[in-house]
Design a protein around this ligand. Structure first.
Ligand code: ZN
Length: 272
């Protein structure tokens, strides 16, 4: 290619790039910033995308111990030359979202969670050693303060995830930890930690690698009521948190968009 041609082609590419950048910034402002006030351009640099979603099978464990979903084939390749299943499931199956409406009278339903709260920094609080020693462990304010002493302040707008290591127990009875009295045993957040995150920090959501934001034995769902009741979201049964750094990754939490729903399974990933 001649010099002029190269220059012209580079110029065309630059123009195209800046056009795309402006278009992307405009689209981001329209789609992500509800008020239009926050139109700042963000750059996402990453080496890999980590899947934080478990594969959902009918026998995936659920809080209530019922099947995660049922499916029947409505159309089949053999008969109809295309495949289509009808699914039926409770909203809280597999790696799934808890919308504020789940534990409040009139909180946001899952379709109403703003996109800018679902694409955000993720802070991963590692309590694996404590959870290994105590299946009923709860993340405390001290755990959060120790996390910050090591990794810096929890970023504004973050999702704070509990890494208890519980996804390693998937496929065994320990994942639900049900005892003879039907009480479940797995780690979750402590109400005091929730209070700290709600009042002292600017946090969009919390995530756990267990079946509930509250720890297994909870009968009052204090964390669910306090956190979802404050208008923030939760994500439960998250996978692969151990593959993320404590800070620096960007969560892309693909919540479903069923109108008026209390939650639902989605695709959750992180850019690392
Ligand atoms: Zn749930």
């Amino acid at each position: 290619m001649c010099h002029v041609c190269v220059i012209e082609s580079v110029k065309a590419r630059m123009d195209r790039r800046s056009f795309f950048r402006i278009a992307a910034a405009g689209a981001a402002a329209a789609a992500v910033a509800p008020s239009g006030a926050d139109a700042q351009e963000r750059t996402l640099r990453y080496r890999q995308v980590v899947d934080l979603t478990h594969t959902l099978t009918p026998d995936f464990p659920t809080y209530f111990g019922t099947p995660a979903y049922a499916r029947e084939m409505a159309f089949s390749w053999a008969k109809d030359k295309f495949n289509l299943y009808n699914l039926s499931y409770g909203e809280h199956a597999g790696t799934h979202f808890d919308a504020p409406f789940h534990f409040s009278a009139d909180g946001q339903s899952v379709d109403q969670i703003p996109l800018d709260k679902l694409v955000c920094p993720i802070a991963v609080v590692d309590v694996r050693s404590k959870a290994a020693a105590d299946a009923d462990y709860r993340v405390t304010p001290d755990d959060l303060k120790a996390f910050e002493a090591k990794n810096g302040r929890i970023p504004d707008g973050a999702c704070v995830a509990m890494l208890s290591g519980w996804d390693a127990h998937l496929g065994t009875a320990k994942f639900r930890g049900e005892d003879a009295a039907k009480t479940l045993h797995f780690p979750g957040f402590h109400l005091e930690a929730i209070d700290f995150l709600a009042k002292e920090r600017n946090v969009a959501g919390i995530a756990v690698d267990t079946l509930s934001l509250d720890h297994g034995p909870s009968k009052d769902f204090a964390v669910h009521y306090a956190w979802l009741g404050s208008g923030r979201y939760g994500i439960e049964a998250v996978a692969n948190l151990a593959a993320l750094p404590p800070t620096g990754a960007t969560l892309v939490a693909g919540a479903p968009k069923f109108k008026g729903s209390s939650g639902g399974p989605g695709r959750v990933m992180a850019f690392v």
